[in-house]
Design a protein around this ligand. Structure first.
Ligand code: FES
Length: 64
């Protein structure tokens, strides 16, 4: 399962599905909102780019 649902934020062990769910269910639009909801991206910041891409993809701003 780890390959299908990788840990995006290793600092806080937040998985891709947790972030996606939060973005979809709460209508999150920014890195800050994702951080507030899931704590992903709030430590080293190394996963922020990945979260940004997820936001863009789910919110339809880019075609990935
Ligand atoms: S990996 Fe997400 S804050 Fe460090």
């Amino acid at each position: 399962m780890t390959e299908k649902d990788p840990v995006v934020c290793t600092c806080n062990e937040i998985r891709q599905s947790d972030i996606e769910k939060a973005i979809r269910e709460k209508g999150l639009k920014t890195i800050e909102e994702v951080g507030n909801e899931t704590t992903a991206g709030t430590m080293c910041g190394g996963c922020v780019d990945e979260i940004y891409l997820m936001l863009e993809k789910i919110n339809g701003n880019v075609d990935l």
